[in-house]
Design a protein around this ligand. Structure first.
Ligand code: UDP
Ligand code: MG
Length: 311
């Protein structure tokens, strides 16, 4: 029987692992003897895997899953949750931005009956103002255009109970957005608050490109609002077009004053072209999701693990 599982996605974190392992084990030991730490190596090309395997050879509570290549943060967390055996499953970053010491409080709320406990960032001094601004804007937008309520200023540092973890495993979507999926389930959450420090070592793996992809995944998996915008634009411009058609016919057949009109033609062609491409792009995003889902490929491939009955 395992009481607490801690799932850690790892992508080139060799410099952070030692302190992480020490602080995490210390915190967990004070709570229970029945814990496991599950590292998910997401295709690191530094010494991370060797370090993790070294820990697992001396400490039977250390489990690891190593992917064949980089499958991304969300897939790494999902793989960990799927294979965690604990009554409480905690996910956190491996770069020490999520302080392991907070687990005590999170676990206390779990024992009081909460099935989802989030760590909420009060401030994020270690991160750029650009990242803070875009993150805030994104969650405000999500709140407006989706029916689910993703708690503002939380990330993937959270505790979920066994049944929540099982339900999460049943959601087979290819492009995962776990914070949305968990909010969607609707369990009453509890929050603990903390100041989020900067990274200890190394640099962020979330480039602007990855962040944009993540944001689009979040929006398209939980909202059809962009499609409604496309429909709305279609209606709007149809009305404008109808008025312009009447105007043109009137100019030609009633007023007999047709002018060359190069500028107006150019402007309207370009404008309609732009709107059409935008709408096709929006539809394309949804088709991409459908495409990824119908292929039913596994979301990760495991190269190596010390878990016997992996799922
Ligand atoms: N990570 C991962 N796969 C990736 C990118 C990141 O497993 O493709 C891990 C990374 O090692 C870290 C966590 O996910 O433990 C969060 O990544 P990062 O600190 O780069 O994100 P940020 O804190 O800047 O949002
Ligand atoms: Mg980080």
């Amino acid at each position: 029987m395992v009481e607490i599982s801690v799932v850690l996605p790892v992508y080139n974190e060799e410099q952070n692992l030692k302190e992480l392992y020490a602080r995490l084990s210390e915190t967990l030991r004070q709570l229970t003897n029945a814990y496991e730490i599950l590292f998910v190596n997401d295709g690191s090309n530094d010494g991370s895997l060797a370090i993790i395997k070294n820990y697992s050879s001396t400490d039977s509570r250390i489990k690891f899953i190593s992917f064949t290549r980089n499958f991304g943060h969300q897939n790494a967390i999902a793989a960990g949750i799927q294979n965690a055996r604990g009554n409480a499953v905690i996910t956190m970053d491996a770069d020490l931005q999520d302080p392991p010491e907070l687990i005590s409080d999170m676990h206390r709320y779990f024992t009081e009956g909460y099935k989802v406990v989030y760590a909420r960032r009060l401030s994020r001094p270690g991160e750029s103002s650009f990242k803070r601004f875009t993150a805030k804007a994104f969650y405000r937008l999500m709140k407006r255009i989706t029916a689910i309520d993703i708690p503002i200023d939380t990330g993937d540092f959270r505790l979920i109970g066994r049944e929540v973890a099982m339900k999460l495993g049943e959601m087979k979507e290819a492009n995962k957005f776990l914070r949305g999926q968990i909010a969607w389930m609707g369990f009453t959450p509890k929050f603990i608050e903390y100041e989020r420090p900067g990274r200890k070592h190394g640099s962020t793996k979330f480039t602007i490109k990855r962040m944009t992809r993540f944001a689009i995944d979040g929006i398209t998996s939980f909202s059809n609002f962009p499609l409604q915008i496309a429909t709305f634009l279609g209606f709007l411009f149809s009305i404008v077009a109808f008025i312009l058609i009447l105007y043109s016919l009137n100019s030609k057949y009633i007023l007999h004053q047709v002018v060359t009109g190069w500028t107006s033609l150019m402007v309207s062609t370009m404008f309609i072209g732009g709107v059409q491409l935008l709408c096709i792009g929006i539809i394309g995003e949804y088709i991409m999701r459908i495409n990824n889902d119908v292929k039913r490929r596994p979301s990760f491939i495991v190269e190596e693990s010390n878990i016997n009955d992996m799922s």
